[in-house]
Design a protein around this ligand. Structure first.
Ligand code: NAP
Length: 339
């Protein structure tokens, strides 16, 4: 097969106010230069679209720099090397890297990590259950929430990439009861029937605060894994047990807000119940990767953790995939298949 010498790439051209639209982006085709010393050219098989990318579209100081305007965006991707001047990253190697939002990537070999594929799994799993979202779930439950045997766990955004991993890891690590919330009847059914949750709530059926209190009952919640923020965090704070722990992973309910969201009205519960709320970003926790990979590869191989993904075909549809993910169009990891 011939080696591509062009790359189709997605650029941010205007910062979204509220919900992004196609007008915020453009597609360009770039001629690739010849490889320099110790460089590789990679055909991306899958690129990742993730909620945190919405934050990078704003021009604000954060833990990661905003996307530049009129430049190709970056993000997680997995692909295979088609040309190389590197001794360590040869042609044919499967690599994960951060040059997403394009179908062909190129650069110094040191920016591409050679990865081992998992038998029987699509390469896209390296972006999801075996990749960053799986690791986020693992770190959030372990290092951040300090999950213990017998805990009751509540996970919001439970049918997404991180959420499906959280529910199942909690079970593997000895949680007594796992409760999840998601935004459709189909997703709620999957939580109990496929991912092993004990109970699931459709937050669109009524106020999450009332629904969660009813499902939790007298037992309370020891660990809340927060993917959603807003009303879900408020609902969880109502039902936390003494010395409960909250892993604050994300707050997707507010990512497209144009006004400031009011805070929870029950923050005093943090004091009266001796709660710990701890936020984290994965970049500070890559030291957990070897333990995560050993556990997760084993669990997946043994069929003790299942995973799903929603695949959108073609780099030209990457923006569609991103917008759909923000609206809940995915179950498990949303990925774009680019080769
Ligand atoms: N801290 C970190 O290092 C880190 C790393 C990765 C991800 N995260 C965070 O983890 C969370 C999940 O990320 P992910 O990659 O796994 O995405 P995901 O859950 O696969 O996809 C996003 C999901 O959010 C849900 N959602 C959208 N708007 C919502 C709303 N207003 N209320 C409740 N749910 C809403 C949708 O599901 P429904 O159909 O159920 O609404 C959608 O499918 C995000 O908050 C993300 O920012 C943090």
């Amino acid at each position: 097969m011939s080696i591509p010498d062009q790359s189709t790439q997605i650029q941010l051209v205007a910062r979204p106010e509220g919900w992004p639209t196609h007008e915020n982006f453009r597609t360009v085709v770039v001629d690739l230069p010849d490889l320099g010393p110790d460089e590789v050219r990679v055909v991306n098989d899958y690129v990742s679209v993730d909620p945190y990318m919405r934050g990078r579209m704003n021009d604000v100081k954060s833990y990661i720099a905003p996307f530049a305007l009129d430049a190709t965006m970056d993000g997680g991707a997995v692909g295979h090397v088609v040309a190389s001047t590197s001794d360590t990253v040869p042609v044919g190697a499967v690599v994960s890297h951060n040059q997403g939002w394009r179908d062909v990537a190129q650069g110094p070999a040191a920016r591409f990590r050679v990865v081992e594929e998992a038998p029987g799994l699509p390469r896209s799993a390296l972006l999801g259950i075996l990749g960053m979202t799986g690791l986020t779930a693992y770190v959030g439950l372990g290092e951040i929430a300090r999950l213990s045997m017998g805990d009751t766990v509540f996970v919001s955004g439970a049918a997404g990439a991180v959420g499906t991993a959280v529910g199942q890891i909690a079970r593997r690590k000895g949680a007594a009861r796992v409760i999840g919330s998601a935004g459709s009847a189909e997703k709620v059914a999957l939580l109990t029937e496929r991912y092993g949750f004990d109970a699931a709530i459709n937050y669109k059926d009524g106020p999450i605060r009332e629904q969660l209190a009813e499902v939790v009952g007298e037992d309370g919640v020891d660990v809340y894994f927060d993917n959603v923020g807003g009303d879900h965090l408020e609902a969880a704070l109502d039902v936390m047990n003494r010395f409960g722990r909250v892993a604050v992973c994300g707050a997707i309910a507010g990512y497209n807000d144009t006004d400031r969201t009011p805070g929870p009205d029950n923050l005093m519960n943090i004091v009266s119940r001796s709660l710990t709320l701890r936020g984290f970003t994965l970049g500070d926790h890559f030291s957990a990767q070897p333990a995560f990979e050993a556990d997760m590869r084993r669990w997946v191989a043994e069929g003790r953790i299942v995973h799903d993904e929603t695949v959108v075909e073609g780099i030209d549809h990457a923006v569609d995939a991103f917008l759909s993910m923000l609206e809940g169009g995915n179950t498990g990891k949303m990925v774009v298949k680019t080769s």
